[in-house]
Design a binder for this molecule. Structure first.
Ligand SMILES: C[S@@+](CC[C@H](N)C(=O)[O-])C[C@H]1O[C@@H](n2cnc3c(N)ncnc32)[C@H](O)[C@@H]1O
Length: 216
């Protein structure tokens, strides 16, 4: 069971006792997802046509929900693959206020979608969720955009290594981008060593920096 959090912009998040980590920034879950994953990562990529996204950590499904709604709004196709090792329960998901926070409908469709197979959620949004660790996941396609949303490097150092980013880089198209909330030195160095050109961008709210890394 995860604990519920109300973040500063009024949107919900969860707290994992297992990792002693919250799923989003306390300064605003919705604001963080929009700023980093949607506006820095997905939106610019959609200017060039259909986009395949890989998300590390499906979690609450907030990033996927926002990606779906942007795809529908722009009428551009998004093929969204997400891995999750410790899924939230239906009960926990059903209590999240993301429909109210965004004014959009259908959030629970993402949670009801089956694991392990691609599901058309709309004509513009195709979701494939896999219950697996990132370490055990074998991707079968190349991605334009990576939403790298693991718990932070102190909690899960094994997910922020050169080795793991090399695996991700191998599945990222040249010119594709990885966006993440962590701008720690070890993350920048591991991404650079794995073949990404790393850029620092202004973070959401009071957060100074986030990263956008471009696959060389
Ligand atoms: C920061 S939260 C993700 C938040 C999520 N993107 C959202 O929008 O709610 C990190 C997620 O990674 C999952 N996770 C932790 N270790 C993992 C691993 N080794 N492989 C895959 N998922 C993992 C956690 O269960 C959690 O859901």
């Amino acid at each position: 069971m995860k604990r519920f959090i109300i973040t500063e912009d009024g949107s919900h998040s969860l707290f994992s006792a297992q990792f002693n980590q919250q799923y989003h920034s306390l300064q605003g879950a919705l604001n963080e997802s929009e700023h980093i994953y949607i506006n820095l990562g997905l939106r610019p990529a959609l200017e060039n046509g259909p986009v395949s996204v890989f998300e590390m950590g499906f979690g609450t499904g907030l990033n996927a929900f926002l990606a779906w709604k942007l795809a529908d709004q722009l009428q551009k196709q998004v093929f969204y693959t997400s891995v999750e090792a410790y899924p939230v329960s239906m009960l926990e998901a059903s209590q999240l206020n993301y429909e109210e926070a965004t004014g959009e409908k259908g959030f629970m469709q993402l949670h009801h979608a089956p694991w392990g197979k691609e599901t058309g959620i709309s004509p513009f949004f195709y979701l494939r969720k896999e219950i697996t660790t990132l370490q055990d996941f074998t991707p079968d396609r190349f991605f334009d955009v990576i939403f790298y949303d693991a718990f932070d490097p102190q909690a899960q150092p094994e997910l922020w290594t050169e080795e793991i980013f090399t695996k991700i880089a191998a599945q990222t198209k040249p010119g594709g981008v990885l966006v993440t909330y962590s701008s720690k030195g070890i993350v920048k160095r591991a991404l650079a060593a794995a073949g990404f050109a790393v850029e620092r961008h202004k973070g959401p709210g009071r957060k100074a920096h986030i990263l956008k890394a471009i696959k060389l």
